[in-house]
Design a binder for this molecule. Structure first.
Ligand code: CUA
Length: 372
């Protein structure tokens, strides 16, 4: 359990909250196969334990010391029993072959499965300490919250994942969906998943990858296909607050209706600058502040000059329920604390404090919250 109560309550619109990371409650085909194999091994081991433990207990009891026997003689010794030797050779061989066969079948089902051409392709890229998700066929790049369509009886929607790392070895594991697969630099690993129920599936990086390994959390949001398609549609466009167009239009309208407006789209530090008094104008100013800061060197906001690739894509940041790789909820207070000094929130993370003034902080947070 990743028991961070506030996070589990973080809302995912119209999707049931499903907060368990229990391998014995699988909700995906691969996790179900893994559970079956795990249980089979457990039952076989339990059987061996009962037989061996039972024989030992029987021998201890049956051949215990007889208080009336003072001869101190050893019991009769048995040498070279063919039956016993055949039994302890053949039975383990059968067990090993059975387990090998079952494991081979499951490995084949997970690695060599032929997925339909329509399977959703996602590239999962491990970074210290967050996840980048690319949907190459859809032209979407997002971070830390992986949206997938539900795969149930009405519609099979397998997701074909290619895993890459830009720095060190990570490992991708969402226990209710599948087994774990390592994410290795300079190598493509593959995995497929299918979620049988809508909901939030939690996971974690499971290969030690540095200071904040434990806070490299995975959130998979499985949605009914129609809802997923809506999400895709929104992700594909530039965020409302990002495109100067929408904001500038709003500013222009504000100007036309008599309110003062910005003369141009450059950051005007002139004290004579008219005060913004419409949401649109304000947003333009927030946007310009953001774009004047070094944030743009590491982050992308689609449709703006921010095209950095080192940090997570922020185009639709406000539509995510968490920040800092699933570590804290995406609320105004948490977002502000994060932008102010990421090192106090997630020590060792690779985002520096930009030493912003209170006003700049407010503006950057407002801008980020407009990125729906
Ligand atoms: Cu990434 Cu541990």
């Amino acid at each position: 359990m990743l028991a961070i109560p506030a996070l589990l309550q973080a809302q995912v619109p119209s999707v049931g909250i499903n907060d368990i990371t229990d391998i014995f409650k699988p909700l995906g085909t691969q996790a179900e196969l893994d559970k079956a194999a795990a249980l089979l091994v457990c039952y076989v081991c339990l059987g061996i334990f009962l037989v061996v433990g039972g024989l030992i207990a029987y021998a201890i009891f049956r051949y215990r010391r007889d208080p009336n026997d003072n001869t101190h003689q050893e019991p009769a010794q048995v040498y070279g029993s063919n039956q016993i030797e055949i039994a302890w050779t053949v039975i383990p061989i059968l067990i090993v072959f059975t387990l090998t066969g079952v494991t081979a079948r499951i490995i084949a089902a997970s690695q060599d499965a032929k997925l339909p051409k329509t399977a959703l392709k996602v590239t999962v890229i491990g970074h210290q300490w967050w996840w980048e998700y690319r949907y190459p066929d859809l032209g979407i790049v997002t971070a830390n919250e992986l949206h997938i369509p539900v795969s149930d009886r009405s519609e099979a929607n397998a997701v074909y994942i290619t895993e890459q790392s830009v720095d060190v070895a990570h490992s991708f594991w969402v226990p209710q969906l599948s087994g774990k697969t390592d994410v290795i630099p300079n190598r493509d690993n593959h995995l497929w998943i299918d979620a049988h129920q809508p909901g939030l599936y939690l996971g974690n990086c499971t290969e030690y990858c540095g200071t904040q390994h434990a806070n490299m959390l995975i959130r998979v949001i499985a949605q009914p296909k129609a809802e997923f398609d809506k999400w895709v549609e929104n992700e594909r466009r530039a965020a409302v607050g990002s495109g100067g167009e929408n904001a500038l239009e709003a500013a222009a309208q504000a100007g036309a209706s008599g309110a003062p407006m910005l003369q141009n789209a450059s950051l005007n530090t002139n004290a004579q600058q008219p005060q913004a008094n419409s949401a649109g104008t304000k947003l333009v100013q927030d946007k310009l502040v953001f774009e004047s800061l070094a944030c743009v060197n590491c982050h992308t906001v689609k449709g703006t000059p921010a095209i950095g690739k080192f940090g997570p894509d922020l185009t639709h940041l406000a539509s995510r329920s968490t920040i800092a790789a699933g570590m804290i909820p995406n609320t105004t207070a948490d977002l502000r604390a994060w932008v102010d000094d990421p090192q106090t929130v997630k020590p060792g993370c690779l985002m520096p404090s930009m030493k912003l003034t209170d006003k700049q902080l407010d503006q950057v947070v407002e801008y980020l919250q407009s990125l729906k």
